[in-house]
Design a protein around this ligand. Structure first.
Ligand code: ADP
Length: 618
């Protein structure tokens, strides 16, 4: 291969390879992308599920916390109000009592008064725990409680700040902190004056136990802290008197920022209960009231919400997965069916191509056959023409011979007769003239035989008895049979057989067949001719057989041809069998010739049997 030839070919190959290569390269990333896409969808689903989980947890937490907060806020407001109201009530009591004119006189008696008197009444009526009257030095002069000896309880030592504030003319306030065993007390102190002189201090001690009892009804822990962070009032006795830092470690105060809330969604470590802390300030006292709300319920609810969200996510993801898988399966199925359709199409195409090729071949064959048929027809026509010409030739030869011979004899006989008459021997001429007449008769007979061909078929047809036909033919041929010493065997049925045809013409057929048979056995050692008649279903079968020479196989196909003869010139015209053939066919029958196995020929004539009633009608 030259270089010039190689270049375009190799170029085409490399292009093909390139296309194939890029095709496969394109397909692979596609499959990879789909897998990657599925992984990404899976990851995204997990991520989305996580986000949904967190969001639903957070939302549930937020709702529950908001609810708890609202409830706790309301509770805190109520409980704070209880504390404030109590203190407000007693805040006014000490100035009121201090202004009474009798109170200062009690101190002016300068005697130790142990009887509680008015102080006890005031304390009892107001619900204050205790009311003291103190002199300027801070010594308790009067106390509302009998049991407590004067001077033994309270005094400026116990409420130094309040005493000092009262001495300076203000409303003194001081807290007496409680312990886990005893509740806290709050003291209000007011100055006692007589003639504008400071004579002492009136102090009202209020037990905060009432507040604690009211707070005890609340299920959430409540605690009030003073400025120093000590628990003053609480519904949990154990916390009383302790600082916030001491009780805080036992409590888990939840961080309610976003991160803290996220943390709340996780299970609690060590089973510690989380609390939400709400605060309310009492600015006058400088106290802070706190309530701790158990948020375990909210956490539990958020856990449930997350669980439900997880379930929903799992179900949704499962549904999505199912749909994706179904879709994938569908796509695969579609691809498969498309491939099989393509395969089928290709097969159909190739089959169609094959069929088209086969069709073309068939068409070619048909054309060739048509051509061959046309050629055959042409050849046949030529053959027929040739056969016709041959027949015409044979006929001309036979006829010219048949006519020329008697004509020549007639001419010579006429000349002889003329000569004899000229010489006056007219009597002798008679014989010649008689011979002339015989020969003319013979020529007329030939002409008559030839007319058999021209006779129209179908005319003169009526029911004919075959027995009668055979009898008459025998009668006519009897002299010839006898002359040749032929043994004739007749095998006739008991019942006559009736056929449709012309009697004379059928006789001619039988005569022709018998005459030929007699001719064929002529000169044989035991000349035998057999004639049989029988019925086969709806046919009459007549057979003429002999033990003669038989028919040469070569000439067998031609023996029914007109003017075909193997006999010597003048002995046969070759018209007997052809006329018989035509007659039998005119009567819708058949005539066949064959050689017998043990020598000789056999002719079989078949004719359709006529309705016997027809003959009766005739
Ligand atoms: P022809 O008898 O004038 O020759 P046919 O048409 O009757 O004409 O017969 C044609 C030829 O058929 C005969 O020349 C003969 O060769 C042959 N043929 C007819 N009958 C017989 C027979 N029975 N045996 C042998 N040959 C026969």
């Amino acid at each position: 291969m030259s270089a010039a030839e190689t270049t375009p070919d190799s170029g085409r190959i490399s292009r093909k390879l390139k296309v194939h290569y890029t095709g496969s390269m394109k397909r692979r990333p596609k499959r990879w992308t789909w897998r990657k896409l599925k992984m990404m969808i899976g990851a995204a689903t997990v991520l989305v599920a996580l986000v949904i989980l967190l969001l639903s947890g957070l939302a549930s937490l937020r709702l529950s916390l908001a609810e708890s907060e609202t409830r706790a806020e309301a509770n805190l407001a109520v409980q704070t109000a209880v504390l404030e109201r109590l203190l407000d009530k007693f805040r006014l009591l000490s100035p009121l009592l201090a202004r009474g004119p009798d109170i200062a006189q009690l101190l002016a008696q300068k005697e130790q008064v142990t009887h509680p008197g008015i102080a006890a009444i005031a304390a009892g009526m107001s619900g204050a725990e205790e009311i003291w009257l103190m002199d300027t030095s801070g010594r308790v002069v009067v106390s509302s409680q009998d049991a407590v000896p004067a001077g033994a309880v309270g005094g400026a030592e116990r409420i130094p700040r309040a005493f000092e504030q009262a001495r300076q003319g203000q409303l003194g306030r001081e807290l007496i902190p409680g312990t886990p065993e005893s509740p806290s007390n709050y003291v209000f102190a007011s100055p006692l004056r007589a003639d504008d002189h400071f004579v002492g201090v009136l102090a009202v001690r209020v037990s905060l136990d009432d507040v604690e009892q009211a707070w005890a009804l609340s299920k959430d822990p409540i605690l009030a802290l003073d400025r120093s962070g000590r628990v003053v009032v609480t519904n949990i006795a154990a916390w009383r008197g302790k600082v916030a830092e001491q009780i805080q470690p036992g409590l888990d105060i939840a961080d309610l920022s976003l991160l803290g809330r996220l943390n709340l969604l996780l299970p609690a470590a060590g089973g510690a209960k989380s609390h939400m802390q709400l605060t309310s300030n009492l600015p006058v006292l400088g106290w802070e009231v706190r309530t701790l709300v158990d948020i375990e319920d909210a956490r539990r609810q958020s856990s449930w919400a997350m669980l439900i969200a997880l379930l929903v996510c799992v179900i949704t993801a499962g549904g999505l997965w199912f749909l994706i898988t179904r879709r994938e399966e569908f796509v695969r199925e579609e691809r498969r069916s498309r491939a099989s359709a393509l395969r089928l199409e290709r097969r159909v195409q190739s089959r169609t191509a094959e069929l088209r090729k086969a069709n073309a071949l068939l068409e070619q064959e048909v054309r060739e056959r048509e051509q061959a048929e046309a050629n055959l027809r042409l050849t046949q026509a030529e053959l027929v023409q040739a056969a016709k010409l041959a027949t015409l030739g044979r006929m001309s030869a036979a006829l010219s011979h048949e006519y020329n011979q008697p004509l020549a004899a007639i001419r010579s006989d006429a000349e002889i007769a003329e000569m004899l008459i000229e010489r006056g021997r007219a009597g002798e001429a008679k014989g010649n003239l008689a011979r002339i007449g015989g020969m003319v008769k013979r020529m007329a007979e030939i002409a008559k035989t030839l007319k058999g061909f021209t006779r129209k078929s179908g005319t003169d047809i009526k029911p004919v008895s075959l027995r009668q036909v055979i009898d008459e033919a025998m009668l006519l041929l009897q002299p010839q049979i006898k002359q040749n010493e032929v043994r004739l065997e007749l095998a006739l049925p008991q019942h006559d057989i009736i056929v449709k045809g012309g009697r004379i013409r059928l006789e001619q057929v039988v005569i022709n067949l018998l005459a030929n048979a007699v001719d064929a056995v002529n000169g044989r050692a035991n000349p035998e001719v057999r004639l049989s008649l029988h019925r086969e279903e709806e046919e009459a079968v007549l057979r003429v057989s002999d033990n003669g020479t038989g028919i040469d196989e070569d000439v067998l196909p031609q023996i029914f041809d007109p003017f075909f003869t193997t006999k010597d010139v003048g002995a046969g015209l070759g018209l007997g069998l052809s006329i018989a053939y035509k007659i039998v066919h005119d009567f819708s029958g058949s005539l066949k010739a064959a050689n017998r196995v043990d020598g000789g020929a056999e002719f079989t004539m078949r004719l359709p049997v006529a309705d016997e009633k027809l003959l009766a009608a005739e």
